[in-house]
Design a binder for this molecule. Sequence first.
Ligand code: DMJ
Length: 913
Amino acid sequence: MSEAGGGRGCGSSVPQRAPWSLVAATAAFCLVSATSVWTAGAAPMSREERQKLGNQVLEMFDHAYGNYMEHAYPADELMPLTCRGRVRGQEPSRGDVDDALGKFSLTLIDSLDTLVVLNKTKEFEDAVRKVLRDVNLDNDVVVSVFETNIRVLGGLLGGHSLAIMLKEKGEYMQWYNDELLQMAKQLGYKLLPAFNTTSGLPYPRINLKFGIRKPEARTGTETDTCTACAGTLILEFAALSRFTGATIFEEYARKALDFLWEKRQRSSNLVGVTINIHTGDWVRKDSGVGAGIDSYYEYLLKAYVLLGDDSFLERFNTHYDAIMRYISQPPLLLDVHIHKPMLNARTWMDALLAFFPGLQVLKGDIRPAIETHEMLYQVIKKHNFLPEAFTTDFRVHWAQHPLRPEFAESTYFLYKATGDPYYLEVGKTLIENLNKYARVPCGFAAMKDVRTGSHEDRMDSFFLAEMFKYLYLLFADKEDIIFDIEDYIFTTEAHLLPLWLSTTNQSISKKNTTSEYTELDDSNFDWTCPNTQILFPNDPLYAQSIREPLKNVVDKSCPRGIIRVREESFRSGAKPPLRARDFMATNPEHLEILKKMGAASSIDAEDGLRFMQEMIELSSQQQKEQQLPPRAVQIVSHPFFGRVVLTAGPAQFGLDLSKHKETRGFVASSKPYNGCSELTNPEAVMGKIALIQRGQCMFAEKARNIQNAGAIGGIVIDDNEGSSSDTAPLFQMAGDGKDTDDIKIPMLFLFSKEGNIILDAIQEYEEVEVLLSDKAKDRDPEMENEEQPSSENDSQSAEQITSSSQEVDLVDQESPEESSLNSQPESLSPADMDNAASVSPSEQISNPMENHETTSLDGECTDLDNQLQEQSETEEDSNPNVSWGKKVQPIDSILADWNEDIEAFEMMEKDEL
Ligand code: DMJ
């Protein structure tokens, strides 16, 4: 065990050694050792079963990495549905998400240290050689500074850290001469021009070849960045400085952190989501622990651990105190306004905050970590994965799930801290769900929609960098790993940096840091490591006892809620404020309350502000109600066996798949292919699902023609070559303006890319069977029993399918209605938080733990709430956009009247800042 030497020592109740060497295994040292204390509760998992699960993780990694290397490399990422590489510029742009792609074989670099953790030393050696031979860091591409830092710089440094460890052991990597570090340094210098601002905060994007300023750079005009984007550099930059002796990197990262600290909102000690990089003004003043801010907090604590600099712990503790005071509402973590921290800023939580329980373990605050983790696990059990965002009453808000690792990360750390086998069972469920719902023949595909189970042609590099590491480590014993994981710290991308860096090249550590924090009252700061005696007062069932009251928090939550700031006054008899959903323009009392809002007290003003925000949300909610939810086309025949699920647009006519059993059948192309006249091949489509091309006549006409020919369903395929559900909003097929009750069969719409997957499958396999439904079905048990085809065969098939092209004539377009149901942000990475948070701001919060007003003592909903709950559940089943505002009629006119006041409130907010 190497001595880290940095940071403050643990309290005297724990043995003296590298104080934060628990970091990689997180709690293994200062907290309870994983297997030693368990005596009751969830049944212990045998060594055999843990080994079996560990081997399963290895097999899954091989499937993901093998397919990437075979079918995508040297491209940045694998597209697992079409089994090819994603090359920037060759695929339709996905916006900010693509800023992670720099034509530098991203997935390979991000996977380097995972290979060593998973004991694939030989593969690691090959991979490093490939990186050195093939990767070019000088491409004319604009990339995200944040993503390039955490994934590429972090990946190279993690690779270097383990390469030198292996070299020292004397068997592998004997030829290695710091080449990865040299690449990292080259990349570091390429990122430095981004810091050329007066504030020291980096520009969000940089051109790898031309930097920022040159006209060819196509970047450098941005004014804003997210807090995490500017505050998640110190680990990689300091490691680079300390490995190489070039101090400039650590200096720049420290300067950016100092500036953020300076700009924190002084009365709340919170930071906003986005900041102006020139003026330091907060652009978005909402504050949480998820998207846009998350790893800023993570890096403050971990910077203290790695660099041993007290100032970082002081800052972290100050923020943590504010988070626990305002944002933490166990088990929820809810965004608030930085200047009005008692006012919630959102009605939903995002999936990125799932890392927070893991960070709380590192901090030593186990109870809220257990609570939040348990709540998240219940959301996962409901939807198989954590949706990108979910409401405070646990409805899906954004249905996407790009195989994010944060929940696995927290699960690992909680297991290390508690030794509770419950967390092993959680990990087992994660493995099962990944294999059952995300595994496709050519890798693992992101979920486009957790409600339908449909896939997206996307496997992000962080899936390999993080998910497999945490899952493998969860089930591994010390002897299963060829080095001591506790000698390293995990970066936010789970790259490993050695703790001995804390004592190397320290020259710059303090000289550039502000001294302002010395003025802070640090009497509450916790300078010692968590003590097992305090965390687990000799009670091995501690974690279980915290989880128990939360057992049904998701299922039993009541959708109505109250805003926290007013809770106490309601209990004491004051009238609750008027909520938008209850408003009736005909009610004189309501009109009177409206008049009062914004006038007298600040509480009235807050009511007014909230009321208006709710009105806006209701209005957009009502618009959404006109839209139908997406549907799924699942390919069930060989070699897909239900593993590929395509996102399909619904029709406003024909069989409603949400109300009826799914339709299953073989597919057949109709003749004529546009389906605009009586079919000439009725024998071919009889009893089958007819494929028809979009265009030349109304959708309803196509439906009638195939129905008359005996088809049991229809799939209309877009004739716009290259269109895809990855980039286009959900498409909804309108009727023909006449009565369409005669159409009895289900009709679905596929964009060209998804349609081609079926057409190519027909060319390859002739017989292709599909399932049309509102939600993908589990694979048939008999399919489950079949031996899984080897990934090689699978991927070959998939590759062959996608390489064959289908020639179709382009025809004139009809103009059916388009729905924006799917127009959600593609990702919640810090880089695109601007999109993410512009959706439905509201302060109507329902915290199931605090909502005593609507929950009876035994935790059941009251009658009214039961009704609402039922409504919520049915609506979620059939329509994810829950309707709770139907009785409010003249919203548009009311909104118009209130526009002026909204502006006034916005001005008021600005003034306060
Ligand atoms: C990873 O790239 C990093 O963990 C980052 O900090 C945010 N989340 C993604 C994966 O979800």
